[in-house]
Design a protein around this ligand. Structure first.
Ligand SMILES: *Cc1c(COP(=O)(O)O)cnc(C)c1O
Length: 489
């Protein structure tokens, strides 16, 4: 199956590209992105057929339905990485929290956050494409915490790929920083910046646009790419767990095949929610997708009022930092799917130029048929963490935002799947504070406090981080980044 462009064609880009082309060069005409030309039907017949398939078998069937131009052996190798999750037979376990609320846990991979769901297999696919074409890629990432560790982990020691990862020194949790700076491989470079996440992200953008930098890369025959979630190579792996979680509900007799459910998604860049949207379009029985945000509530505004308005907005730091995002890139794919390329181009140009766009009344109705949204403050989130813990469920602050959406966004009493995107170990100071009231604990102390409170042990892979050697010691000012990366290459 081929891929087309969200903002139409400029006469310079191809009108259609293959899956591998969309992965290797994800930016399309007019700054648009790629979307599948058509979607396969994965409705009742497909669901029935895969009622007892394990995760990998289901995943393979979904990827096959897209008819992507990736060798079957490469897909198998990519999917085998799910064998390294906590339970290879069930990489995405579902926990019952209330009669009509189940939590699908997407964090059982190597870096304990949901980015692994897509980045793990994506690393294999990208590296194998690079080898096949005899090309070398530099993957650049700026991270506030979860993408960095997941990207480093997946590309570590992979052929034809190097990674340069920028993080704000002091702007991530200790666990997230240690996950990055203890990664020791010759194709990885982790760079701490004096500054905040915006400084890291702006430095990355400047570099991606720098003519001298690109010329230097070209001299060394290196192509530049980014590991962010506009890449459809990540999105395709995010369809699968929505279908899998639905089938898990059927298998556990919580619903019958064909019953509608709510999907309740903690959202930032909208990749996770977009996966749910495509699954629904392909035939998964979904009543609505609930979009949970934190105080950076642009998505709630869009879905409630039809306005995407960044004019008086600046990012606020919250205790769910992976959702501290204002420009939610994957919304563009929804606009395209609902309103077509001409309208998408117009709306996105408004956003780029005027920091604002507005849907028509009919367009808003169309949005609200599929989505409902609410946001959760840090204080509310803390209360949800505390209440859930009192009933026996330990969750992280991103997951907590879904509990607010569960309370406020449903108009029917249907079964709800909420997605948990990070393990408690990654955001322990916030959780410890919610459970014990203790303020300002270090990660290490907070982990111990939670473990004691919950009577569980700290997973080895987290504990051992504190004893590992620091392999990545670079800590520099932002104007020195270019020189540092060129020296690494
Ligand atoms: C990335 C991330 C999110 C947001 O997911 P999107 O697909 O960008 O909407 C939520 N929670 C955690 C822990 C994340 O790492």
């Amino acid at each position: 199956m081929n891929f087309i462009e969200t903002r139409g064609n400029d006469g310079k880009h191809p009108v259609e590209v293959t899956f591998s082309e969309a992965i290797l060069a994800p930016i399309a005409s007019f700054g648009g992105i790629y979307v599948p030309k058509t979607l396969p039907d994965l409705g009742q017949t497909f669901l029935q057929q895969h009622l007892n398939s394990n995760y990998k078998v289901l995943a393979k069937a979904v990827l096959n339905a897209f008819e992507i131009d990736i060798d079957s052996a490469v897909i198998d190798e990519a999917l085998n990485l799910y064998d390294q999750f906590d339970d290879p037979n069930n990489p995405v376990p579902l926990a019952k929290v209330k009669e009509d609320l189940y939590v699908s846990e997407l964090y059982h991979g190597p870096t304990r956050a949901f980015k692994d769901m897509a980045l793990q297999p994506f690393g294999v696919v990208l590296s194998s494409l690079a080898q096949k074409r005899n090309e070398n890629y530099l993957i650049m990432a700026a991270t506030s915490g979860d993408t960095g560790p997941a990207a480093l982990e997946t590309f570590k020691n992979r052929a034809n790929v190097q990674v340069a990862c920028l993080y704000p020194d002091g702007g991530t949790s200790d666990v997230q920083r240690l996950q990055m700076v203890t990664e020791d491989a010759s194709n990885l470079k982790v760079i701490g910046i004096h500054g905040d996440f915006d400084d890291a992200q702006n430095a990355l953008k400047r570099l991606l646009g720098s003519a001298t930098f690109k010329a230097k890369l070209k001299e060394q025959h290196i192509h530049l790419s980014a590991a962010n979630s506009v890449n459809f190579g990540r999105i395709i792996f995010q369809l699968i767990y929505h279908i899998y979680s639905y089938l898990e509900l059927v298998r556990s007799d919580a619903i019958n095949l064909g019953d509608k459910v709510y999907l309740d998604v903690p959202s930032g860049n909208f990749g996770n929610a977009l996966g749910g949207y495509y699954a629904m379009k392909m035939g998964l029985p979904v009543e609505k997708i609930l979009i949970a945000s934190n105080r950076n509530n642009v998505l709630t505004q869009l879905i409630k009022q039809g306005q995407y308005d960044l004019r008086d907005m600046s990012v606020v730091s919250t205790s769910s930092p992976a959702m501290d995002i204002l420009k939610s890139s994957n919304v563009e794919r929804i606009l395209f799917d609902m309103f077509g390329d001409t309208r998408t181009k117009e709306l996105m140009a408004n956003l780029d130029n005027d920091k604002h766009y507005e849907l028509t009344a009919e367009e808003l109705i169309q949005f609200q048929r599929i989505f409902s949204a609410d946001f959760c403050t840090d204080e509310e989130g803390k209360q949800y963490i505390k209440d859930a813990f009192a009933k026996g469920y330990l969750m992280d602050p991103h997951t907590a935002t879904c509990f607010k959406a569960y309370d406020t966004c449903r108009d029917k009493k249907l079964m709800t799947i909420a997605y948990s995107t990070a393990e408690w170990t990654k955001f322990s100071p916030t959780i410890a504070n919610a459970l014990t009231g203790e303020q300002g604990a270090s990660d290490s102390d907070a982990l111990k406090a939670i473990a004691k409170e919950a009577n569980i042990s700290i997973p080895d892979m987290i504990n051992s981080l504190f004893d590992k050697d620091i392999a990545q010691k670079t800590l520099i000012d932002k104007q020195d980044i270019e020189t540092e990366i060129l020296a690494f290459l």
